[in-house]
Ligand binder design. Sequence first.
Ligand code: DX5
Ligand code: ZN
Length: 221
Amino acid sequence: MGIRITPSILNSDVSDLRGELAKIAGADWAHVDVMDNHFVPNLTWGLPVVEAILPVSPIPLDIHLMITDADRWAPAYAEAGAQSVTFHAEAAAAPIRLAREIRKHGARAGMALRPASPVEPYVELLGEIDMLLIMTVEPGFGGQSFLDSMLPKIRAARRAVTDRELDLWIQVDGGISRSTIERAADAGADTFVAGSAVYGAEDAAAEVEALRSLAQARHEH
Ligand code: DX5
Ligand code: ZN
């Protein structure tokens, strides 16, 4: 099973996004948190900023939409050229139709679950998506503590994926650092968002590699 590190630029120096993206050229994707101040109590950026950074990013963009009107907006990010577009299950009126539309535009379709949302109601639609994002903090802000109570959900998701022989990535987002990534990897996550751990480090590129080797070592077990 492959490992992917997808640093979040949320807590980077946003006055220099081009420079901040260059620091994580060795990562797999750059995770971009779109917040609308409705789905979450915070506001970040939207399609125009994503369109502006797409051509200057050394790595593909992984869009995490924390917005209420996912059905309306998600396909536009795929059309703009984002490699991966993730909507929240709680926000999508028609998740299967939405996932198909994202894929039709050539992007990977992801679906995210807030901490309070169980995975069980969604197992039958896992075949329609390319990635399941399990939030390991309450969405809205970087720098929060990893919720260990999400580990059973990660395990349940991994079991569902294995049982159905699906080719689906399991991403975790929130509080991922050197001290938590191994627990998430052990539970079955293979794709890791890390915001403050990477951009708060002295050397962001080295931090990406440190996280990668910790996760990889767990998967080799
Ligand atoms: C939170 C965002 C995360 C955030 C992670 O709602 O979805 O992507 O940037 O930040 P850390 O890694 O600091 O928890
Ligand atoms: Zn995120």
